[in-house]
Design a protein. Structure first.
Length: 317
């Protein structure tokens, strides 16, 4: 019976692959271990979608099973300097491996974490990486070759000044990259974090960004072109006074925006954070807001709070 099953699975790959689809990676492996022909015909030809964690010393498994997505976690391995054997690993974590300087051989890695590897300077060969984390790699200055990265974390890479070639990135974190001033080419990014980029003044081209974080960008004064964004964080943007054009934003944080006084046009916002806005006095038009944070808005009269309690589903004050 076992022989018959083996013949069926090996002679008809469609049936064999359908069987493999119903099994976990471990069960596929154990099944195919029962026969060399099953292993060669099915296991080594089937495209396994799971990411399988392996130890560093097992990295040569990729050369044997190129149809398996391997993950190696080497964070805090300070002694690692030579990465030449890891270029085809699917998911690679090298966080805090601060003796690494050359990453040119990692261009085929799918998901690569190099955060806190502060001695890296040249990342030009990483343009085909799908998910790339370079947080706190502060000696990097040129990211012009990385425009094809899908999800890109450059947080605290504070020597970067030019991000004009990153307009095709899907998710981009540039938080605390304080030398950046021009973000006009980032208008098509889906999720953009510019928190702490306090030298940015013009955000007029970012109206199509789905999720936009501008917290701490206190030199911004005009947000009139941001009415189409779905999520906007303007926390601590003290020089903003007019928010009337943000009435169609779904989720809006104006926390600690001390110069805002008029929020009467924000009644259609779904989730609205006005905490620590001491100069707001009238919130009577916010009765249809779903989630509203009015903590530390000390000049709002109590009777208005009582009215909001009747209609606002989630109210903090």
């Amino acid at each position: 019976m076992a022989f018959s099953t083996e013949r069926i699975l090996t002679n008809n790959l469609n049936i064999g692959f359908n069987v493999m689809t119903c099994l976990s990676f471990k069960d596929r492996y154990n099944l195919c271990l029962t026969s060399k022909s099953l292993f060669e015909t099915l296991f080594k030809k089937y495209q396994h979608n799971e990411i399988i964690k392996i130890k560093f010393e097992d990295y040569r498994l990729y050369d044997i099973w190129r149809n398996v997505k391997f993950e190696i976690d080497l964070k805090y391995c300070y002694k690692i300097t030579d990465l030449s054997m890891l270029g085809n690993i699917h998911t690679l974590n090298l966080r805090y491996c601060y003796n690494i300087t050359d990453v040119s051989m990692l261009g085929n890695v799918y998901a690569l974490d190099l955060s806190y590897c502060s001695n890296i300077t040249d990342v030009s060969m990483l343009g085909n990486v799908h998910t790339l984390n370079l947080k706190y790699c502060y000696n990097i200055t040129d990211v012009s070759m990385l425009g094809n990265v899908y999800s890109f974390n450059l947080s605290c890479c504070y020597n970067i000044t030019d991000v004009s070639m990153l307009g095709a990135v899907h998710n981009l974190d540039l938080s605390c990259c304080s030398k950046i001033t021009d973000v006009s080419m980032l208008r098509n990014i889906y999720s953009l974090n510019l928190s702490g980029c306090f030298n940015i003044t013009d955000v007029s081209m970012l109206g199509n960004v789905y999720s936009l974080n501008l917290s701490g960008c206190y030199k911004i004064t005009d947000v009139s072109m941001l009415g189409k964004n779905h999520i906007i964080n303007l926390t601590r943007c003290d020089n903003i006074t007019d928010v009337s054009m943000l009435r169609n934003v779904h989720t809006l944080s104006l926390c600690d925006c001390n110069n805002i006084t008029d929020v009467s046009m924000l009644g259609k916002v779904h989730t609205l954070d006005l905490s620590y806005c001491p100069n707001i006095t009238d919130v009577s038009m916010l009765g249809k807001v779903h989630t509203l944070d009015l903590r530390y808005c000390r000049n709002i009269l109590k009777y208005q709070i009582k009215e909001l309690e009747k209609t606002v589903k989630n109210l903090k004050y």
